[in-house]
Write a protein that binds this ligand. Structure first.
Ligand SMILES: [Zn+2]
Ligand SMILES: [Zn+2]
Length: 85
């Protein structure tokens, strides 16, 4: 099975279990958004975008999940494109 890695797609920052996100301006709950795949534990809101606590950029929540196998396939595609051009 591919092991998923979670890090910011913009700066590469890895969140830890102790990091917390706030459900604002909704219910104000504070929790680790990666423990629930972006779902607020109190009000059930699905957060489509997650803010990096390091670079403060917002990225789609799914973009934080990196699967090594998928990324190596993407690399091959890029090389093929460069060769054709
Ligand atoms: Zn970042
Ligand atoms: Zn909430």
């Amino acid at each position: 099975m591919a092991k998923v890695e979670i890090y910011c797609p913009k700066c590469g920052w890895h969140p830890s279990e102790e990091d917390r996100w706030s459900c604002v301006p909704d219910c104000g709950n504070v929790w680790n958004t990666f423990s629930t795949r972006g779902v607020c534990l109190r009000c059930g809101k699905q957060w489509k975008f997650t803010q990096c606590l390091w670079c403060w950029e917002f990225s789609p929540h799914e973009d934080w999940y990196h699967y090594p196998e998928e990324e190596s396939r993407a690399d091959i595609k890029e090389e093929e494109t460069e060769g054709a051009a």
